[in-house]
Design a protein around this ligand. Structure first.
Ligand code: C6P
Length: 435
């Protein structure tokens, strides 16, 4: 099973290559209509500082296709009302569309039931929910949690706080110099006291694709619960939760071309059923009296308050859009971009690419000799190129490589080889300024 799919680099097209800046809308992947895809994203037509926008900050948050913008717009114009509350026409309609989005997501990640799909504010809230609720139910003093050096702060800090509160031990699976996940070292960390493994499928900071199937399997064989941070993985390929066999998986909508303000927690039904509520109030109850409260069935038990209705519908539209393009084809296009951009950037003298794992998503973290990453980010911006510079919410990973920060170019389905050229050219300009 391929939980995170990525194809080998396809053959290059005849008219693409270094310096092909006029070929902005050509993909080297056969049958991938990059011009049409780019036209689906209205923001890509804009300029910044009088230069065509080159948006390479997709890992921070991706741009939205017209179909998502229109789904949100249409809902507010035609179908909006609160969900699960009213008997009137619009409430029923809004509920149908909201629950329809839940079914789209269930099908996409191959969950067994929509009861297993909890809408959250994002990946961060999903992990906090599991830490608070599963943590309260299943973890005792002295128990161990295994995470990895690659984790985003969202998959570190909730476990640290839980460890402090309950006297747990947090163990860290290491990576090598190239940011490869060290699987044997990870397995060595698993003991009889290990109760939870919480590991990312793809690093947002350096792009490493971890052997998440094997990571989950090794934990399952030992009866250890698993949480997969799928936030970056879901962008680059499919995550099939049943094939993976994980207990929990989280992701955010905004990175997968959907609206911000919503995300998904997948949890195995039996576990979610047994877990105590996370937040409480309206929506998540069955009955309330001053003597006591009983709770709603899944998934509503974990969706206290008015949910992010329109955002969830927008996320459903984003998944529909991506399925329309085809995840396999997107993965092939991004693999080509990664290979091409790596080659282009490696040709820039003084550059160091941070993270050269054998299996990588289309993320390039790098430093330039003698130039702070923040200066790189600020200066390439003047050439219209948007990248992120900083620690990427992965400070322990930066510490692993003794770096305060990197610049990060993250490529999405609408980026082109010519945009990788624009980045390389902008970096040469930055070097000239500093020389
Ligand atoms: N990474 C980035 O620039 P939220 O903020 O809740 O939507 O997602 C948190 C998160 C968790 N795990 C991974 C692997 C992530 O990449 C992110 C978000 C963004 O890389 C914003 S910090």
């Amino acid at each position: 099973m391929t939980a995170v799919s990525q194809r080998a680099r396809p053959d290059l097209g005849a008219n693409e290559g270094a310096g092909a800046t006029a070929m902005l809308h050509v993909s080297a992947v056969n049958d991938y209509d990059l011009t049409a895809i780019r036209q689906d994203f209205p923001i890509l037509a804009r300029t910044v500082y009088d230069k065509p926008l080159v948006y390479l900050d997709n890992a921070a948050s991706a741009q939205k296709p017209r179909s998502v913008i229109e789904a949100v717009d249409r809902h507010y114009r035609e179908d909006y009302a609160n969900v699960h509350r009213g008997l009137h026409y619009l409430s029923t309609r809004s509920t149908e569309l909201y629950e329809g989005a839940r079914e789209t997501i269930r099908a996409h990640i191959n969950a067994a039931s929509t009861k297993e799909i909890i809408f959250t504010r994002g990946a961060t809230e999903g992990i906090n929910l599991v830490a608070a609720s599963y943590g309260a139910m299943a973890l005792q003093e002295g128990d161990e949690i295994v995470i990895s050096t690659l984790e985003h702060h969202s998959n570190i800090v909730p476990w640290q706080l839980l460890a402090q509160a309950k006297g747990l031990v947090l163990k860290i699976a290491p990576v090598d110099e190239d940011a490869n996940f060290l699987f044997d070292d990870y397995v060595d960390l698993l003991t009889e006291r290990t109760k939870l493994v919480a590991i990312t499928a793809v690093s947002n900071a350096v792009g490493t694709i971890t052997p998440i199937e094997a990571i989950v399997q090794a934990a399952r064989e030992r009866g250890i619960a698993t949480l997969v941070d799928g936030t970056q993985a879901i962008v680059h390929g499919l995550v099939d939760v049943q094939a993976l066999g994980c207990d929990f998986m989280v992701f955010s909508s905004h990175k997968v071309y959907g609206p911000s303000g919503v995300g998904v927690l997948y949890g195995r039904e039996a576990l979610l059923d047994a877990m105590p509520p996370y937040q409480s109030g309206g929506e998540m109850i069955r009955t309330v009296s001053f003597e006591g409260t009983s709770f709603a069935d899944l998934p509503t038990k974990f969706e206290a308050g008015t949910p992010p209705i329109v955002q969830a519908i927008g996320l459903g539209a984003a998944i529909d859009y991506l399925n329309g393009v085809g995840f396999e084809r997107i993965a092939a296009h991004e693999a080509d971009l990664l290979a091409y951009a790596t080659e282009r950037l490696e040709a820039v003298e003084g550059i160091t690419i941070v993270g050269k794992a054998e299996r990588k998503a289309s993320i390039l973290s790098f430093t330039l000799d003698g130039i702070h990453p923040h200066d790189i980010g600020t200066l390439v911006d003047r050439y219209g190129v948007a990248v992120r510079a900083g620690h990427h919410c992965a400070q322990p990973l930066m510490q692993r490589y003794d770096l305060p920060a990197t610049a990060r170019a993250s490529f999405g389905l609408y980026n082109s080889r010519a945009e990788a050229d624009r980045l390389a050219e902008a970096l040469e300009q930055v070097k000239r300024i500093f020389a």
